[in-house]
Design a protein around this ligand. Structure first.
Ligand SMILES: NC(=O)c1ccc[n+]([C@@H]2O[C@H](COP(=O)([O-])OP(=O)(O)OC[C@H]3O[C@@H](n4cnc5c(N)ncnc54)[C@H](O)[C@@H]3O)[C@@H](O)[C@H]2O)c1
Ligand SMILES: O=C(O)C(=O)C[C@@H](O)[C@H](O)[C@H](O)COP(=O)(O)O
Ligand SMILES: [Zn+2]
Length: 375
C-alpha cells in the first residue's frame, strides 16, 4: 500500500534540523502518494548529491536494501551497495577500515551520501563511516529493525565497539533524514522485534508516564504487531528521543544521559557475555531491572516501580534476569561507561514512572546487590 499518511517528526537542531518520516509502503515509488516517497524526501533533504553509497545488512539484501537501491538509482543515479555481515560483531575496527577502503574504491567524495539500511549495527557503523570519511559525508538512516526505528536511527550517536567496551569509539553525526517504513520489519524475527520493545519501554520510564500507561494497556497488541499500535509506539518513541536530543545533542548538560537508563549495566552484560550473545534490547531490559533495584535500594523510589516495570517487560516477553551475571566481571567494564565523571560511576535512576535522575556516589556494594538481585 502506498504511503498516504506519514507521520513526520522533526528533530529540532537548528540548521541541522531533520525529519523522521514514519510510514508504510514507501518502497513503492508512487508519484501520487500525498506524503511523498523516499525518493522525494531524499531530494528535499540532501541538496546536491550525485552518488549514493548504500551500506546494508546482509539480512535485508533482497528486501529493504533492494527497494532502497531502486529508489536511489532512480533519484540519485550513481549507486554503490556495500554489504555488512549481520550481527553485533560487525561494529568493529576491521569493518570500519574495510568500509573506508571501499569508499576509496568506489570514488566517494563530498557529493556522496551514505545511506544505512539495516538495524542499529549498520546504522552505527555506517554513521561513523559517514562522520569520518573525508571528514564528513551526508547521511541517511533507513532502519529495518524495531530497535533502530525507535532509537538508534535518531539522534546521531554513531560508532563501533572495542573488545573492552561498547561504542567506545564514535562521534555525534546527525543524519539528514530518518526514513522509517514499518513494512521493512515484515521479515524481522520475533526475538529481534521484542528486543526493540525494551527501548520503547525505556521512554515510558524515563520521561513519558502517559506512554508507559499506554504500553501497559496495549502491550499484547504491540507484541502481536498490530499495525496501528506499532505505529503509535514508534511515533511516541521517536518524539521522546527527538525531544531529549534537541535539548542536549551531545550529552553535555546531562539531559541526554537519561536515554542511557539501564545501559550502564546493559553494556557490561553485552561485553562480558560476548558481543551478540545477548541482544542489545535484552541486555537493556535486564539493565533496567538492575537500575530499578538499585534505585529502590538507595531509597530513590517506591518498590511499586519495579513491579510495574517487571510486569511490562514480562508482557513484552523480555528477559528479566541474567543467571550468568557476575558483578566482579561487570563492574570493571562499567568503569569505562561514558557517564563516568572524575573516575566515579554515575547511574540513571528512576524516582517515579516518567522521571529519572543522574545519580553519582553510589556505593559499590549496592551495585553488586542490584546485579545479584537479577541473577
Ligand atoms: N546510536 C544509538 O543511539 C543506538 C541506540 C540504541 C542501540 N544502538 C546500537 O544498535 C545495535 C542494536 O541494533 P539492532 O537491535 O537493530 O541490531 P542489529 O542491527 O544487529 O539487527 C538485529 C538483527 O536483525 C537482522 N535484521 C535487521 N533488519 C532485518 C529485517 N528487516 N528482517 C530480517 N532481519 C533483519 C540483522 O541482520 C541482525 O541479525 C547495538 O549495537 C546498539 O549498541 C545504538
Ligand atoms: O541516544 C542515546 O543517547 C542513547 O543513550 C541511546 C541508547 O539506547 C543507545 O544504546 C546508545 O548507543 C548508548 O550510547 P552510549 O553513549 O552509552 O554508548
Ligand atoms: Zn540502547
Amino acid at each position: 500500500m502506498p504511503l498516504t499518511d506519514p507521520t513526520i517528526i522533526p528533530v529540532e537542531l537548528g540548521d541541522r534540523r531533520y525529519p523522521i518520516v514514519i510510514g508504510s509502503g514507501t518502497a513503492v515509488e508512487a508519484g501520487d502518494a500525498s506524503g511523498g516517497t523516499l525518493g522525494e524526501h531524499l531530494l528535499g533533504s540532501l541538496g546536491d548529491v550525485s552518488h549514493a553509497v548504500m551500506v546494508y545488512d546482509a539480512a535485508v539484501k533482497d528486501s529493504a536494501a533492494a527497494s532502497v537501491q531502486k529508489t536511489l538509482q532512480a533519484r540519485v543515479g550513481r549507486v554503490d551497495a556495500l554489504e555488512v555481515a549481520s550481527g553485533e560483531t560487525s561494529k568493529s575496527i576491521d569493518n570500519l577500515g574495510r568500509l573506508w577502503n571501499r569508499l576509496i574504491e568506489v570514488n566517494a567524495d563530498r557529493r556522496s551520501v551514505i545511506v544505512a539500511v539495516g538495524g542499529g549495527v549498520v546504522g552505527d557503523l555506517a554513521g561513523f563511516v559517514a562522520a569520518t570519511y573525508t571528514r564528513g559525508l551526508r547521511f541517511v538512516q533507513v532502519p529495518t529493525t524495531l530497535l533502530a526505528m525507535v532509537d538508534s536511527s535518531v539522534g546521531g550517536k554513531t560508532g563501533i565497539n572495542l573488545p573492552g567496551g561498547k561504542n567506545m569509539v564514535g562521534s555525534f553525526w546527525q543524519p539528514h533524514l530518518v526514513w522509517i517504513d514499518t513494512d521493512f520489519m515484515a521479515t524481522l524475527p520475533d526475538r529481534e522485534y521484542l528486543s526493540g520493545l525494551a527501548e520503547v519501554i525505556k521512554y515510558g520510564v524515563i520521561e513519558d508516564a502517559e506512554f508507559f500507561a499506554y504500553l501497559e494497556d496495549n502491550m499484547q497488541a504491540i507484541v502481536a504487531r498490530d499495525p496501528q499500535s506499532v505505529r503509535h509506539a514508534i511515533a511516541c518513541s521517536c518524539q521522546s528521543k527527538a525531544r531529549v536530543v534537541a535539548d542536549d545533542e551531545r550529552e553535555t548538560s546531562g539531559r541526554r544521559a537519561i536515554l542511557n537508563y539501564g545501559h550502564t549495566f546493559a553494556h557490561a552484560i553485552e561485553a562480558t557475555a560476548g558481543y551478540g550473545t545477548m541482544l542489545h534490547g535484552e541486555a537493556v531490559a535486564i539493565g533496567m531491572q538492575m537500575a530499578a533495584r538499585l534505585a529502590v535500594a538507595l531509597g530513590k523510589c517506591e518498590a511499586d516501580l519495579i513491579n510495574r516495570q517487571t510486569r511490562l517487560l514480562d508482557n513484552a516477553q523480555l528477559p528479566l534476569v541474567w543467571p550468568q551475571a557476575n558483578p566482579e566481571a561487570m563492574i570493571p567494564v562499567m568503569a569505562r561507561d561514558k557517564k563516568v565523571a572524575h573516575g566515579k560511576l554515575r547511574f540513571v535512576l528512576p524516582d517515579r514512572i516518567g522521571h529519572v535522575e543522574l545519580v553519582g556516589d553510589v556505593p559499590v556494594d549496592q551495585v553488586r546487590f542490584a546485579i545479584d538481585a537479577c541473577q
